[in-house]
Structure formats: structure tokens, C-alpha cells
Design a protein around this ligand. Sequence first.
Ligand SMILES: C[S@@+](CC[C@H](N)C(=O)[O-])C[C@H]1O[C@@H](n2cnc3c(N)ncnc32)[C@H](O)[C@@H]1O
Length: 271
Amino acid sequence: MSEFLSDENFQKFRNVIYDASGIHFSSANRSILESRLKERLKISKLDTIEEYHRLILSSAEEMKVLLDSVTTNLTRFFRNNAHVATFDNYVIPELVRLKRERGDKSVRVWSAGCSTGEEAYTIAMSLKEKLPADFQIIVTASDLSLKSLMVGTEGFYPESRIAGVPEYYLKKYFEQRGSGYQVREEIRSLVKFDYHNLKNDSRQRNLDVIFCRNVLIYFDEAAQKNVVERFWDALAPYSFLFIGHSESLFGMNTRFEFLKTDWACIYRKKT
Ligand SMILES: C[S@@+](CC[C@H](N)C(=O)[O-])C[C@H]1O[C@@H](n2cnc3c(N)ncnc32)[C@H](O)[C@@H]1O
């Protein structure tokens, strides 16, 4: 047992984090929580874990910083080829067909748990390439990690983070600046970054697609179900949901329909 984080304190902190965000710390991840708490204590210039516990209960700001510090923000451009192909070759053509029938020329997509923005910019580039030029593109990108949102808003990525971007997209939608690449304004202006904790209702409605990939994995089943129910409310009557390829709604008893395309399996809201 760790001297720094007793069983009792581990329980207290994991409850507080779970209640605030849905993020569930299993015993296997205890050492990650412990190292983040050590860091926060040092930065906050506090001597004991009890003092830090009192601080997060009294300071919404410190609570946000703690949540930011315990998140995993790993992401990349064009993550998961099968998802990109499903979006490009199935979802976008379906939406165009449907929107034409309805006389609507806008497509609204949410990247929920967007981390540093690579997913949202990938979505925006795909839409720019595949939608008819007279369609309006609206991409919302949200996360509870303020540090990540700052990177996304800036849209500047070091060369190492650009690895997955196909040459065609790199030339067309990025500008090389020093040791990195800046997403061009043409794409940056399509994405709106916002702080949002998935514990709460985003108040977005009538969305055509939600991407929430590699986020649910950090929640327990009850928290996952709450988030997925809220996605249902945020989506338009005929719309699509992408979750991570290692995540599943199987056994969750949701209203989403499983949809197998030629490229990947996603979910559909069909009412
Ligand atoms: C591993 S990243 C996934 C990024 C991107 N969706 C992808 O698949 O590449 C997970 C993100 O979910 C965010 N996250 C975790 N819990 C959240 C919550 N309750 N509300 C909003 N974002 C959350 C984290 O901050 C992190 O940036």
C-alpha cells in the first residue's frame, strides 16, 4: 500500500473524479492517479493529501485542473482508416442525399472528447473535400482538458504530430511554419472549440454526426449509458454515431441501431 495515497484516500479521490466527470479509476490505474495528485500537491504548495482534497471541494477551478491532469489525450490526424473511409464513402454521401431531399444545405458534426483537435480537423477536411461546395459545414469540438483545447484552437502541430496526414491534405490544408504545421484558416474557421464536460447536457440539438471515439473507454457502464443517452437527444432524426473501434454499445440497451458498412461498424439514429 502506498504511504502517499491510502486506500481510503484513493477511494475519496476516485469518487470525486467520477462524480465530476464519469472517469473511472480502476485499481490498475491507481499509480497514475497517485502521480497526478503528487504533481498537483506540489504545484498547489500543499503538504497533505487531505488539504488538497479540501481544496478541490472548495475550488471549481482546481477541480478543472485536476480533471485535465488525469485525462489521456492521445490522438492523431486520420485516426483509424476504416472510420475515415466510412465517413467519406458512406456517411457523407448519405447525408447529401438526405439533405437534398429536405432542401437543407448544412451539415453539423460534433467531435466529443476532441483532445487537441486532430479528429475535428480531420472531419472538417473530409467535409470540405466531399460535400458539394454550396453546403455549410459546422464542426463543434469539445473536451474538458483546457490544455488540449488551447492546442486545438491554435491549430499548430509539430512535425511529429502530422505523420498520418496524407500528402494531398498536407499540401492543401496546412502551411509549414518553422518546425511545424499550421492548419489553414479555410479549415480552422469551420471548427469551433468549446469546453464541455460530457457529464452534462451539451444543449446541442439536430446534429448529423457525433464522433466520440476513445473517450467512453475511461467511463464505467453507468456513465457511458448517460453519455450515450444524451447523444441520442443531441442528434437529428436520421444521423450517425462513431465510437472508438475498441468500444461498443453492446448490452447497453440503447435506441441506436448497429450499422455495418463496407468499411467499419458504426451506429445510426433512425426514427
Ligand atoms: C484519448 S482522447 C480521444 C481523442 C479523440 N477523440 C480520438 O479518438 O483521437 C480522450 C479525450 O476525452 C476527454 N474526456 C475524458 N472525459 C471527458 C469528459 N467527462 N468530458 C469531456 N471530455 C472528456 C479527455 O480529456 C481526452 O482529451
